[in-house]
Design a protein around this ligand. Structure first.
Ligand SMILES: Nc1nc2c(ncn2[C@@H]2O[C@H](COP(=O)(O)OP(=O)(O)OP(=O)(O)O)[C@@H](O)[C@H]2O)c(=O)[nH]1
Length: 94
């Protein structure tokens, strides 16, 4: 799960490194990933544009979820459910 803060462009950029490390540590394995922008409630402090998020999600072939920690767990759980489903799909195709 590639999580960044919508209020920190640096955290968005640092996902490149994080993803590279994950890929290097797990060669040959299925590695379903989702992109998660946290702190969606802090609208006025937002530093990452929808366009750059969409571009990155397309480039990496990831689903994108926007969450805020204060939201009900039913919202915050969505990216976890997506990863879980992707793992199950990966197993089914092997
Ligand atoms: N409003 C809001 N605050 C959040 C959210 N997620 C985390 N925080 C707050 O951000 C602060 C830092 O949270 P941490 O969980 O310590 O995250 P961190 O990555 O160690 O620190 P930061 O780089 O400061 O975000 C805490 O005060 C959290 O309560 C969010 O979605 N919305």
């Amino acid at each position: 799960m590639l999580v960044f803060s919508l209020t920190s462009h640096d955290s968005f950029i640092s996902l490149n490194h994080l993803r590279r490390v994950i890929l290097e540590l797990t060669p040959g394995s299925p590695r379903p990933m989702v992109l998660v922008g946290n702190k969606a409630d802090l609208v006025h402090a937002r530093e990452v544009s929808d366009e750059e998020i969409r571009d990155l999600a397309n480039t990496w072939g990831c689903d994108y979820f926007e969450v805020a920690a204060p939201e009900p767990w039913q919202v915050v759980v969505r990216p976890f459910a997506a990863i879980y489903q992707a793992v199950l799909n990966g197993r089914a195709s092997h």
